[in-house]
Design a protein around this ligand. Structure first.
Ligand code: UD2
Length: 369
């Protein structure tokens, strides 16, 4: 009797645990938070909120890429036998500062070896999304941007240009390198250029949620009215990379930065705070971190609209606010966004990408400069 009793219990317990296992595997996908590829996500409280929202969106699945064993960011692996100059601890550029006060690299020509850095990042085989907008007459800038991007931007890497436009028929056919493609995303036209620049945050958020989250590991947001003049390579990649605005990178006291100074705006930064002034024309990072930041700019600008205020430099103001309290992991020198309007000073050894001269009044829907 005693023996039968324990046998029954053992059987019942086994059945219980088997059912528990079955139930767990059935519901596992609903319990585990939806996440981006392994390198992109460091869940925290804010992010859990975003993830909850994303769970609402149907059809989101982990991409196969995430399961790749080779994809372990942060591991700076390099193959044996690579030939390159030995690095020095004593010599280097002395005319610039190559590190921030939170110890992140400040990237200038001469502070990295392109052979080494490309080799390291190519080993990870990352997929890079470039999100651009060409709304209204701005489609005229697409051809030169993509053609020069093919010559200079992360050459040899997998790159997809996500072109958001209201004029799909004006997206040019450009010969692309291996592993590179164009995806066109329709967006509505706008009457105000301010609505386009700010609207970028909303549309980019949606495209990341719907498409890019399954297709990329890194994401760059870029202005379309620019051309690449020189190498823009893997040295630009990090969890969050921001570019110093060419107008304010030298000897500008922080109180003179064109941050939003009205406390009513969500982008408000007090006069006595600030590290650098970053441009919103080029910024990039891991997909998950960029999603969080793009969505932040979108939500903060929506809050401002509710409060009947628009930040002085639209999304650039919100970006600067975010980056003050969430420091970038790499700061890129103004080599990573210069301007054809300006002379190139001695410390800019190479212009990698540059904003084109344009007739603001002619090209924008509501004129202005
Ligand atoms: C500056 C910033 C830009 C943004 C803007 C906010 C630089 C180089 N750029 O650009 O990143 O922060 O100020 O005021 O400092 N666009 C269209 N259609 C339009 C208008 C804009 O597609 O009708 C897109 C396009 O991708 C363009 C981008 O928005 O490159 C920025 O607009 P912009 O170039 O007119 O603004 P700009 O030069 O003042």
């Amino acid at each position: 009797m005693q023996r039968n009793f324990s046998k029954t219990h053992v059987l019942l317990a086994a059945a219980f645990f088997v059912s528990l296992g079955l139930l767990y595997s059935y519901f596992r996908d609903s319990f585990s938070p939806i996440s981006f590829c392994q390198p992109c996500i460091q869940p925290d409280n804010d992010f859990n909120e975003l993830e909850k929202e994303m769970e609402q969106i149907k059809g989101i699945k982990h991409s196969e890429h995430c399961k790749k064993d080779s994809w372990k960011i942060g591991e700076l692996l390099m193959q044996s036998g690579l030939k390159y100059a030995q690095p020095s601890t004593q010599t280097g550029r002395t005319d610039i500062n190559a590190v921030t006060n939170w110890n992140a690299p400040l990237v200038w020509e001469g502070t990295f070896d392109p052979v080494v850095i490309d080799a390291i990042y190519k080993k990870m085989d990352p997929r890079v999304a470039v999100v651009v907008f060409a709304v209204g007459k701005y489609t005229r800038f697409l051809k030169a941007f993509i053609e020069t991007g093919e010559k200079f931007f992360l050459v040899g890497f997998n790159v997809t240009y996500y072109i958001h436009t209201d004029r799909e028929n004006e997206v040019p056919k450009v010969a692309l390198g291996k592993g590179r493609k164009i995806t066109t995303v329709p967006v509505p036209s706008a009457n105000r250029w301010q609505d386009v620049v700010l609207g970028r945050m909303k549309w980019a958020t949606l495209t990341i949620e719907k498409t890019i989250r399954n297709e990329a590991d890194y994401l760059f947001m870029m202005d379309i009215d620019s051309v690449f003049y020189s190498r823009f390579g893997a040295e630009s990649l990090s969890r969050l990379s921001a570019v110093l605005h060419r107008g304010y990178y030298k000897n500008t006291p922080r109180e003179k930065f064109p941050y939003e100074r009205r406390p009513e705006s969500k982008a408000y930064i007090p006069a006595e705070e600030g590290d650098y002034y970053y441009t919103a024309a080029v910024w990039g990072g891991y997909l998950g971190d960029m999603y969080k930041l793009v969505k932040y700019c979108y939500e903060m600008s929506e809050e401002d609209t509710k409060n009947k205020i628009e930040a002085v430099w639209q999304e650039e103001s919100h970006l600067n606010k975010y980056l003050l309290y969430n420091k970038p992991t790499k700061v890129l020198s103004p080599e990573y966004l210069w301007s054809d309007y300006d002379k190139v000073p001695a410390d800019i050894k190479v212009v990698r990408i540059s904003q084109l001269v344009k007739n603001y009044a002619e090209v924008r829907p509501n004129g202005g400069n």
